[in-house]
Design a protein around this ligand. Structure first.
Ligand code: NDP
Ligand code: HSE
Length: 448
Protein backbone atom coordinates (compact mmCIF):
# COMPACT_ATOMS: atom_id res chain seq x y z
CA UNK A 1 0.00 0.00 0.00
CA UNK A 2 1.38 3.46 -0.92
CA UNK A 3 0.96 6.73 0.96
CA UNK A 4 0.58 10.10 -0.79
CA UNK A 5 4.38 10.41 -1.42
CA UNK A 6 4.31 7.18 -3.48
CA UNK A 7 6.50 5.31 -0.95
CA UNK A 8 5.10 2.30 0.94
CA UNK A 9 3.20 3.42 4.00
CA UNK A 10 5.01 1.59 6.79
CA UNK A 11 2.23 2.32 9.20
CA UNK A 12 -0.22 0.14 7.29
CA UNK A 13 2.06 -2.66 5.99
CA UNK A 14 1.60 -5.83 8.00
CA UNK A 15 4.65 -6.37 10.21
CA UNK A 16 6.83 -9.31 9.21
CA UNK A 17 5.98 -12.19 11.54
CA UNK A 18 8.94 -13.74 13.32
CA UNK A 19 9.21 -16.97 15.29
CA UNK A 20 12.05 -17.03 17.84
CA UNK A 21 13.46 -20.44 18.76
CA UNK A 22 15.41 -20.24 22.03
CA UNK A 23 15.24 -17.17 24.26
CA UNK A 24 18.52 -17.55 26.19
CA UNK A 25 21.43 -15.10 26.08
CA UNK A 26 21.18 -14.09 22.40
CA UNK A 27 17.44 -14.71 22.07
CA UNK A 28 16.77 -12.50 25.11
CA UNK A 29 19.04 -9.77 23.70
CA UNK A 30 17.29 -9.97 20.34
CA UNK A 31 13.86 -9.63 21.93
CA UNK A 32 14.93 -6.62 24.01
CA UNK A 33 16.76 -4.72 21.26
CA UNK A 34 13.95 -5.28 18.76
CA UNK A 35 11.44 -3.96 21.28
CA UNK A 36 13.58 -1.01 22.36
CA UNK A 37 14.53 0.14 18.86
CA UNK A 38 11.34 -0.84 17.02
CA UNK A 39 10.58 2.63 15.67
CA UNK A 40 14.06 3.15 14.16
CA UNK A 41 14.02 -0.39 12.80
CA UNK A 42 10.62 0.17 11.14
CA UNK A 43 11.91 3.36 9.51
CA UNK A 44 14.83 1.36 8.08
CA UNK A 45 13.05 -1.86 7.16
CA UNK A 46 9.96 -0.21 5.72
CA UNK A 47 7.68 -2.32 7.88
CA UNK A 48 7.39 -3.62 11.40
CA UNK A 49 9.21 -6.72 12.61
CA UNK A 50 7.16 -8.54 15.22
CA UNK A 51 8.14 -11.54 17.31
CA UNK A 52 4.82 -13.31 17.11
CA UNK A 53 5.91 -16.63 18.67
CA UNK A 54 8.68 -17.76 20.99
CA UNK A 55 9.68 -21.36 21.69
CA UNK A 56 11.82 -22.26 24.68
CA UNK A 57 12.09 -25.28 26.97
CA UNK A 58 11.51 -23.01 29.94
CA UNK A 59 8.11 -21.50 29.10
CA UNK A 60 7.78 -19.75 32.45
CA UNK A 61 11.10 -17.92 32.12
CA UNK A 62 10.36 -17.12 28.46
CA UNK A 63 6.92 -15.69 29.34
CA UNK A 64 8.51 -13.51 32.01
CA UNK A 65 11.06 -12.24 29.47
CA UNK A 66 8.51 -11.43 26.79
CA UNK A 67 6.06 -9.90 29.25
CA UNK A 68 3.13 -11.48 27.45
CA UNK A 69 4.06 -10.17 23.99
CA UNK A 70 3.57 -12.96 21.43
CA UNK A 71 2.69 -16.58 22.06
CA UNK A 72 5.17 -18.68 24.08
CA UNK A 73 5.35 -22.44 23.48
CA UNK A 74 7.78 -25.17 24.43
CA UNK A 75 7.58 -27.01 21.12
CA UNK A 76 9.78 -25.30 18.53
CA UNK A 77 8.14 -27.28 15.71
CA UNK A 78 4.83 -25.55 16.54
CA UNK A 79 6.44 -22.27 15.46
CA UNK A 80 7.47 -23.73 12.13
CA UNK A 81 4.06 -25.28 11.59
CA UNK A 82 2.40 -21.88 12.03
CA UNK A 83 1.65 -20.58 8.49
CA UNK A 84 1.57 -16.98 9.77
CA UNK A 85 5.30 -17.05 10.59
CA UNK A 86 7.48 -15.57 7.78
CA UNK A 87 10.93 -15.79 9.41
CA UNK A 88 12.38 -18.20 11.96
CA UNK A 89 15.31 -17.16 14.19
CA UNK A 90 17.20 -20.20 15.44
CA UNK A 91 19.02 -19.37 18.69
CA UNK A 92 19.00 -22.79 20.35
CA UNK A 93 22.50 -23.80 19.28
CA UNK A 94 24.14 -27.14 18.53
CA UNK A 95 23.77 -29.41 15.55
CA UNK A 96 20.96 -31.68 16.73
CA UNK A 97 17.44 -30.31 16.91
CA UNK A 98 18.67 -27.01 15.43
CA UNK A 99 19.42 -28.77 12.12
CA UNK A 100 16.01 -30.43 12.02
CA UNK A 101 14.28 -27.13 12.77
CA UNK A 102 16.23 -25.13 10.19
CA UNK A 103 15.65 -27.68 7.42
CA UNK A 104 11.97 -27.92 8.32
CA UNK A 105 11.63 -24.12 8.30
CA UNK A 106 13.26 -23.95 4.85
CA UNK A 107 10.99 -26.69 3.61
CA UNK A 108 8.01 -24.70 4.90
CA UNK A 109 9.21 -21.71 2.81
CA UNK A 110 10.34 -19.61 5.79
CA UNK A 111 13.44 -17.44 5.84
CA UNK A 112 15.90 -18.34 8.59
CA UNK A 113 18.26 -16.27 10.73
CA UNK A 114 20.78 -18.10 12.88
CA UNK A 115 23.80 -17.32 15.07
CA UNK A 116 24.77 -20.97 15.05
CA UNK A 117 28.25 -21.26 13.56
CA UNK A 118 28.62 -24.89 14.65
CA UNK A 119 25.55 -25.74 12.60
CA UNK A 120 26.72 -23.82 9.52
CA UNK A 121 30.27 -25.18 9.79
CA UNK A 122 28.97 -28.76 9.78
CA UNK A 123 25.83 -28.52 7.65
CA UNK A 124 26.09 -25.13 5.92
CA UNK A 125 26.48 -26.53 2.40
CA UNK A 126 23.34 -28.65 2.80
CA UNK A 127 21.39 -25.77 4.40
CA UNK A 128 22.37 -23.23 1.73
CA UNK A 129 21.54 -25.68 -1.08
CA UNK A 130 18.12 -26.39 0.42
CA UNK A 131 17.46 -22.66 0.91
CA UNK A 132 18.46 -21.79 -2.67
CA UNK A 133 16.21 -24.53 -4.00
CA UNK A 134 13.27 -23.29 -1.92
CA UNK A 135 14.02 -19.61 -2.66
CA UNK A 136 14.44 -18.53 0.97
CA UNK A 137 17.19 -16.53 2.67
CA UNK A 138 19.52 -17.69 5.45
CA UNK A 139 20.90 -14.81 7.52
CA UNK A 140 23.98 -15.64 9.59
CA UNK A 141 25.74 -12.35 10.35
CA UNK A 142 25.74 -13.22 14.08
CA UNK A 143 27.53 -16.52 13.48
CA UNK A 144 30.92 -14.84 12.95
CA UNK A 145 32.46 -12.27 15.28
CA UNK A 146 29.23 -11.45 17.14
CA UNK A 147 28.26 -7.82 16.57
CA UNK A 148 30.86 -7.04 13.87
CA UNK A 149 29.19 -6.93 10.42
CA UNK A 150 31.99 -8.98 8.87
CA UNK A 151 29.73 -11.19 6.73
CA UNK A 152 28.22 -8.09 5.13
CA UNK A 153 31.69 -6.56 4.65
CA UNK A 154 33.08 -9.68 2.97
CA UNK A 155 29.98 -10.52 0.96
CA UNK A 156 29.06 -7.03 -0.20
CA UNK A 157 31.46 -4.24 0.78
CA UNK A 158 34.59 -6.01 -0.51
CA UNK A 159 32.97 -7.69 -3.50
CA UNK A 160 35.30 -5.95 -6.00
CA UNK A 161 38.40 -7.55 -4.50
CA UNK A 162 40.44 -10.65 -4.84
CA UNK A 163 40.70 -11.42 -1.15
CA UNK A 164 44.29 -12.40 -0.30
CA UNK A 165 44.01 -13.27 3.37
CA UNK A 166 41.94 -12.86 6.51
CA UNK A 167 43.33 -12.96 10.05
CA UNK A 168 40.97 -12.66 12.96
CA UNK A 169 40.55 -12.81 16.70
CA UNK A 170 37.16 -14.49 16.43
CA UNK A 171 36.59 -16.14 19.78
CA UNK A 172 35.72 -13.69 22.55
CA UNK A 173 36.04 -16.24 25.35
CA UNK A 174 39.62 -17.23 24.55
CA UNK A 175 40.63 -13.61 23.96
CA UNK A 176 39.07 -12.69 27.30
CA UNK A 177 41.04 -15.49 28.97
CA UNK A 178 44.35 -14.51 27.35
CA UNK A 179 43.82 -10.84 28.26
CA UNK A 180 42.99 -11.54 31.89
CA UNK A 181 45.91 -13.97 32.23
CA UNK A 182 48.34 -11.40 30.80
CA UNK A 183 46.99 -8.28 32.51
CA UNK A 184 45.96 -9.62 35.92
CA UNK A 185 48.06 -12.77 36.18
CA UNK A 186 44.86 -14.77 36.82
CA UNK A 187 44.86 -18.54 36.37
CA UNK A 188 43.19 -20.02 33.27
CA UNK A 189 40.36 -21.81 35.12
CA UNK A 190 39.18 -18.74 37.07
CA UNK A 191 38.94 -16.64 33.93
CA UNK A 192 37.06 -19.34 32.03
CA UNK A 193 34.43 -19.48 34.81
CA UNK A 194 34.04 -15.69 34.54
CA UNK A 195 33.53 -15.88 30.75
CA UNK A 196 30.88 -18.56 31.25
CA UNK A 197 29.05 -16.46 33.85
CA UNK A 198 29.04 -13.50 31.44
CA UNK A 199 27.32 -15.60 28.76
CA UNK A 200 30.26 -15.52 26.29
CA UNK A 201 31.19 -19.19 26.33
CA UNK A 202 29.61 -21.94 24.25
CA UNK A 203 27.46 -24.61 25.91
CA UNK A 204 30.59 -26.79 25.67
CA UNK A 205 33.46 -24.41 26.57
CA UNK A 206 36.05 -26.71 25.00
CA UNK A 207 34.72 -25.29 21.72
CA UNK A 208 36.10 -21.92 22.84
CA UNK A 209 39.40 -22.89 24.44
CA UNK A 210 40.39 -25.59 21.96
CA UNK A 211 39.85 -23.34 18.94
CA UNK A 212 36.85 -25.28 17.57
CA UNK A 213 34.46 -22.31 17.66
CA UNK A 214 37.07 -20.14 15.92
CA UNK A 215 37.58 -22.89 13.32
CA UNK A 216 33.84 -22.94 12.64
CA UNK A 217 33.82 -19.18 12.09
CA UNK A 218 37.00 -19.26 10.01
CA UNK A 219 35.56 -21.92 7.68
CA UNK A 220 32.53 -19.66 7.04
CA UNK A 221 34.67 -16.58 6.32
CA UNK A 222 37.02 -18.60 4.12
CA UNK A 223 34.11 -19.90 2.04
CA UNK A 224 32.78 -16.37 1.50
CA UNK A 225 36.20 -14.86 0.81
CA UNK A 226 37.39 -17.45 -1.70
CA UNK A 227 34.18 -18.85 -3.15
CA UNK A 228 34.66 -22.40 -1.85
CA UNK A 229 32.29 -24.70 0.07
CA UNK A 230 32.31 -24.54 3.89
CA UNK A 231 34.97 -27.05 5.02
CA UNK A 232 35.39 -26.82 8.77
CA UNK A 233 36.88 -30.33 8.97
CA UNK A 234 39.91 -29.07 7.01
CA UNK A 235 40.83 -26.26 9.41
CA UNK A 236 44.04 -27.00 11.32
CA UNK A 237 42.98 -26.31 14.92
CA UNK A 238 45.01 -25.78 18.09
CA UNK A 239 43.57 -24.06 21.19
CA UNK A 240 44.95 -22.07 24.12
CA UNK A 241 44.64 -24.65 26.90
CA UNK A 242 48.36 -25.55 26.79
CA UNK A 243 49.64 -21.96 26.75
CA UNK A 244 51.66 -21.04 29.80
CA UNK A 245 51.96 -17.71 31.60
CA UNK A 246 55.71 -18.06 31.03
CA UNK A 247 55.33 -17.99 27.22
CA UNK A 248 52.92 -15.05 27.42
CA UNK A 249 55.59 -13.20 29.45
CA UNK A 250 58.54 -14.18 27.21
CA UNK A 251 56.54 -13.10 24.14
CA UNK A 252 55.90 -9.73 25.76
CA UNK A 253 59.60 -9.31 26.52
CA UNK A 254 60.28 -9.86 22.83
CA UNK A 255 57.66 -7.28 21.75
CA UNK A 256 54.79 -9.65 20.91
CA UNK A 257 51.31 -10.54 22.17
CA UNK A 258 49.92 -14.07 21.96
CA UNK A 259 46.42 -14.27 20.46
CA UNK A 260 44.26 -17.15 19.30
CA UNK A 261 44.24 -16.25 15.61
CA UNK A 262 42.15 -17.67 12.79
CA UNK A 263 43.98 -17.31 9.51
CA UNK A 264 42.94 -18.12 5.97
CA UNK A 265 45.13 -17.26 3.00
CA UNK A 266 45.07 -17.93 -0.72
CA UNK A 267 48.44 -19.17 -2.03
CA UNK A 268 49.50 -20.49 -5.43
CA UNK A 269 49.29 -24.04 -3.99
CA UNK A 270 45.88 -23.78 -2.32
CA UNK A 271 44.11 -22.23 0.63
CA UNK A 272 45.40 -22.16 4.19
CA UNK A 273 42.86 -22.47 7.00
CA UNK A 274 44.30 -22.56 10.49
CA UNK A 275 43.48 -21.57 14.07
CA UNK A 276 46.24 -21.52 16.67
CA UNK A 277 47.87 -19.34 19.32
CA UNK A 278 49.99 -16.82 17.43
CA UNK A 279 52.64 -14.27 18.34
CA UNK A 280 51.73 -10.91 16.78
CA UNK A 281 53.99 -7.82 16.99
CA UNK A 282 52.55 -5.66 19.78
CA UNK A 283 52.59 -2.59 17.51
CA UNK A 284 49.85 -4.09 15.30
CA UNK A 285 46.37 -2.78 16.17
CA UNK A 286 45.00 -6.32 16.24
CA UNK A 287 47.54 -7.33 18.89
CA UNK A 288 45.90 -4.81 21.22
CA UNK A 289 42.40 -6.22 20.96
CA UNK A 290 41.56 -7.23 24.52
CA UNK A 291 38.81 -8.92 26.49
CA UNK A 292 35.75 -10.26 24.70
CA UNK A 293 36.39 -7.95 21.73
CA UNK A 294 36.99 -9.48 18.30
CA UNK A 295 38.82 -8.07 15.31
CA UNK A 296 39.16 -9.23 11.75
CA UNK A 297 41.83 -8.03 9.33
CA UNK A 298 40.97 -8.54 5.67
CA UNK A 299 43.50 -7.98 2.90
CA UNK A 300 41.99 -7.35 -0.53
CA UNK A 301 44.04 -6.68 -3.67
CA UNK A 302 42.26 -3.42 -4.41
CA UNK A 303 41.34 -2.06 -0.99
CA UNK A 304 44.51 -3.17 0.83
CA UNK A 305 44.23 -4.08 4.52
CA UNK A 306 40.97 -3.30 6.33
CA UNK A 307 40.26 -3.91 10.02
CA UNK A 308 36.89 -4.60 11.67
CA UNK A 309 36.59 -4.40 15.45
CA UNK A 310 33.80 -4.88 17.97
CA UNK A 311 32.21 -7.12 20.58
CA UNK A 312 32.44 -10.74 19.49
CA UNK A 313 29.92 -12.15 21.97
CA UNK A 314 27.25 -11.15 24.45
CA UNK A 315 23.49 -10.67 24.34
CA UNK A 316 23.00 -7.28 22.70
CA UNK A 317 26.08 -7.17 20.42
CA UNK A 318 25.00 -10.49 18.92
CA UNK A 319 21.37 -9.32 18.79
CA UNK A 320 22.56 -6.36 16.72
CA UNK A 321 23.74 -8.79 14.01
CA UNK A 322 20.61 -10.98 14.25
CA UNK A 323 18.36 -7.95 13.76
CA UNK A 324 20.46 -6.68 10.83
CA UNK A 325 19.63 -9.96 9.08
CA UNK A 326 15.93 -9.53 9.93
CA UNK A 327 15.95 -6.07 8.36
CA UNK A 328 17.66 -7.42 5.22
CA UNK A 329 14.96 -10.07 4.97
CA UNK A 330 12.19 -7.53 5.52
CA UNK A 331 13.63 -5.44 2.67
CA UNK A 332 14.43 -8.24 0.25
CA UNK A 333 11.91 -10.98 0.83
CA UNK A 334 9.74 -9.94 -2.10
CA UNK A 335 12.75 -9.81 -4.49
CA UNK A 336 13.33 -12.70 -6.92
CA UNK A 337 15.86 -15.17 -5.49
CA UNK A 338 18.48 -14.38 -8.18
CA UNK A 339 18.52 -10.69 -7.21
CA UNK A 340 19.42 -11.40 -3.60
CA UNK A 341 22.99 -11.63 -2.26
CA UNK A 342 24.16 -15.25 -2.64
CA UNK A 343 24.57 -17.03 0.71
CA UNK A 344 28.29 -17.61 0.18
CA UNK A 345 28.88 -14.36 -1.76
CA UNK A 346 29.57 -16.25 -5.01
CA UNK A 347 26.81 -17.71 -7.19
CA UNK A 348 26.11 -21.30 -6.02
CA UNK A 349 27.18 -22.72 -9.41
CA UNK A 350 30.50 -20.83 -9.28
CA UNK A 351 32.03 -22.33 -6.14
CA UNK A 352 35.62 -23.56 -6.70
CA UNK A 353 37.24 -26.81 -5.53
CA UNK A 354 40.55 -25.13 -4.61
CA UNK A 355 42.59 -27.53 -2.42
CA UNK A 356 43.03 -26.78 1.27
CA UNK A 357 46.70 -27.00 2.27
CA UNK A 358 47.71 -29.47 4.98
CA UNK A 359 49.50 -27.74 7.87
CA UNK A 360 52.87 -29.23 6.83
CA UNK A 361 52.72 -27.18 3.62
CA UNK A 362 51.93 -23.91 5.39
CA UNK A 363 54.64 -21.28 5.66
CA UNK A 364 54.94 -19.28 8.86
CA UNK A 365 57.51 -18.04 11.39
CA UNK A 366 58.02 -19.57 14.85
CA UNK A 367 58.71 -18.92 18.50
CA UNK A 368 60.59 -21.92 19.90
CA UNK A 369 61.37 -22.27 23.60
CA UNK A 370 63.50 -25.03 25.03
CA UNK A 371 65.24 -25.90 28.29
CA UNK A 372 68.93 -26.65 27.73
CA UNK A 373 72.10 -27.49 29.61
CA UNK A 374 74.13 -24.30 30.01
CA UNK A 375 77.40 -25.52 28.52
CA UNK A 376 79.70 -24.46 25.62
CA UNK A 377 78.64 -25.79 22.21
CA UNK A 378 74.93 -26.36 23.08
CA UNK A 379 73.74 -23.30 21.21
CA UNK A 380 75.97 -24.14 18.24
CA UNK A 381 74.52 -27.66 17.93
CA UNK A 382 70.98 -26.26 17.90
CA UNK A 383 71.67 -23.50 15.36
CA UNK A 384 73.45 -26.08 13.15
CA UNK A 385 70.23 -28.13 12.98
CA UNK A 386 68.17 -25.06 12.13
CA UNK A 387 70.67 -24.14 9.39
CA UNK A 388 70.60 -27.72 7.96
CA UNK A 389 66.82 -27.34 7.54
CA UNK A 390 67.20 -23.93 5.92
CA UNK A 391 65.59 -22.17 8.89
CA UNK A 392 66.89 -18.67 9.43
CA UNK A 393 66.97 -17.20 12.95
CA UNK A 394 65.37 -13.78 13.40
CA UNK A 395 66.11 -13.30 17.12
CA UNK A 396 67.43 -15.31 20.05
CA UNK A 397 67.31 -14.89 23.82
CA UNK A 398 69.17 -16.95 26.39
CA UNK A 399 67.94 -16.49 29.95
CA UNK A 400 70.49 -16.29 32.74
CA UNK A 401 70.45 -19.58 34.69
CA UNK A 402 68.95 -19.38 38.18
CA UNK A 403 71.45 -19.24 41.04
CA UNK A 404 73.23 -22.60 41.37
CA UNK A 405 71.58 -24.10 38.26
CA UNK A 406 73.35 -25.33 35.14
CA UNK A 407 70.32 -25.21 32.85
CA UNK A 408 68.36 -22.41 31.26
CA UNK A 409 65.70 -21.41 28.71
CA UNK A 410 66.59 -20.49 25.15
CA UNK A 411 64.06 -18.83 22.88
CA UNK A 412 64.42 -18.53 19.12
CA UNK A 413 62.27 -16.50 16.78
CA UNK A 414 62.67 -17.82 13.25
CA UNK A 415 61.97 -16.37 9.83
CA UNK A 416 59.21 -17.96 7.75
CA UNK A 417 59.67 -21.59 6.79
CA UNK A 418 57.47 -24.53 5.81
CA UNK A 419 55.88 -26.21 8.84
CA UNK A 420 57.27 -29.59 7.74
CA UNK A 421 60.83 -28.13 7.94
CA UNK A 422 60.12 -26.74 11.40
CA UNK A 423 58.76 -30.15 12.52
CA UNK A 424 61.89 -31.95 11.27
CA UNK A 425 64.18 -29.44 12.98
CA UNK A 426 62.23 -29.67 16.25
CA UNK A 427 62.47 -33.49 16.23
CA UNK A 428 66.27 -33.35 15.70
CA UNK A 429 66.78 -30.68 18.39
CA UNK A 430 64.66 -32.58 20.92
CA UNK A 431 66.85 -35.65 20.30
CA UNK A 432 69.97 -33.79 21.54
CA UNK A 433 71.05 -34.94 25.01
CA UNK A 434 71.69 -31.34 26.00
CA UNK A 435 68.09 -30.32 25.29
CA UNK A 436 66.12 -31.16 28.42
CA UNK A 437 62.52 -30.38 27.46
CA UNK A 438 60.12 -30.75 24.59
CA UNK A 439 60.19 -27.62 22.49
CA UNK A 440 57.29 -25.22 22.94
CA UNK A 441 56.50 -23.99 19.46
CA UNK A 442 54.12 -21.09 18.81
CA UNK A 443 53.57 -19.76 15.31
CA UNK A 444 54.33 -16.10 14.62
CA UNK A 445 52.70 -13.83 12.05
CA UNK A 446 53.89 -10.31 11.22
CA UNK A 447 50.54 -9.40 9.57
CA UNK A 448 52.18 -6.65 7.54
P1 NDP B 1 21.67 -20.11 25.50
O1 NDP B 1 21.97 -21.45 26.06
O2 NDP B 1 21.81 -18.93 26.38
O3 NDP B 1 20.20 -20.10 24.87
C1 NDP B 1 19.64 -21.19 24.22
C2 NDP B 1 18.17 -21.22 24.56
O4 NDP B 1 17.51 -22.23 23.78
C3 NDP B 1 17.91 -21.57 26.03
O5 NDP B 1 16.96 -20.69 26.57
C4 NDP B 1 17.39 -22.99 25.96
O6 NDP B 1 16.49 -23.31 26.99
C5 NDP B 1 16.67 -22.97 24.63
N1 NDP B 1 16.46 -24.31 24.08
C6 NDP B 1 17.26 -25.40 24.15
N2 NDP B 1 16.70 -26.44 23.48
C7 NDP B 1 15.54 -25.99 22.99
C8 NDP B 1 14.48 -26.59 22.24
N3 NDP B 1 14.54 -27.85 21.84
N4 NDP B 1 13.40 -25.84 21.91
C9 NDP B 1 13.32 -24.55 22.31
N5 NDP B 1 14.29 -23.93 23.03
C10 NDP B 1 15.37 -24.63 23.38
O7 NDP B 1 22.60 -19.93 24.20
P2 NDP B 1 23.10 -18.58 23.53
O8 NDP B 1 22.00 -17.61 23.44
O9 NDP B 1 24.38 -18.16 24.16
O10 NDP B 1 23.49 -19.11 22.07
C11 NDP B 1 22.52 -19.35 21.09
C12 NDP B 1 23.24 -19.51 19.75
O11 NDP B 1 23.94 -18.31 19.45
C13 NDP B 1 24.30 -20.61 19.72
O12 NDP B 1 24.31 -21.20 18.45
C14 NDP B 1 25.61 -19.86 19.96
O13 NDP B 1 26.72 -20.50 19.42
C15 NDP B 1 25.32 -18.59 19.21
N6 NDP B 1 26.07 -17.42 19.62
C16 NDP B 1 26.13 -17.07 20.94
C17 NDP B 1 26.80 -15.93 21.31
C18 NDP B 1 26.89 -15.49 22.73
O14 NDP B 1 27.53 -14.48 22.99
N7 NDP B 1 26.27 -16.19 23.68
C19 NDP B 1 27.43 -15.05 20.31
C20 NDP B 1 27.29 -15.51 18.95
C21 NDP B 1 26.63 -16.65 18.63
P3 NDP B 1 17.08 -23.91 28.38
O15 NDP B 1 18.01 -22.89 28.92
O16 NDP B 1 15.84 -24.10 29.20
O17 NDP B 1 17.77 -25.18 28.00
N1 HSE C 1 31.58 -18.48 22.45
C1 HSE C 1 31.74 -17.51 21.42
C2 HSE C 1 32.89 -16.60 21.75
C3 HSE C 1 30.46 -16.71 21.29
O1 HSE C 1 33.37 -16.62 22.88
O2 HSE C 1 33.34 -15.88 20.88
C4 HSE C 1 30.47 -15.82 20.09
O3 HSE C 1 30.44 -16.57 18.92
Amino acid sequence: MACSSGWPDVTVMKPIQVGLLGIGTVGGGTFNVLKRNQSEIVRRAGRGIEIAMVADLDVERATKLTGGAGQVVNDAFAVINNPEIDVVIELIGGTGIALQLVLKAIDAGKHVVTANKALLAKHGNEIFAAASKRGVMIGFEAAVAGGIPIIKALREGLTANNIEWIAGIINGTSNFILSEMREKGLPFSAVLAQAQALGYAEADPTFDIEGIDAAHKLSIMSAIAFGIPVQADKVYTEGISKLTAQDIRYAEELGYRIKLLGLTRRTSQGIEMRVHPTLIPEKRLIANVEGVMNAVLVKGDAVGATLYYGAGAGAEPTASAVIADLVDIARLHSAEHQYRVPHLAFQPGSLASTPILPIGEVETAYYMRMRVVDRPGVLASITAILAERGISIDAMVQKEPAEGEDQTDIIFLTHRTLEKNANAAIASIEALATVLSDITRIRLEGLN
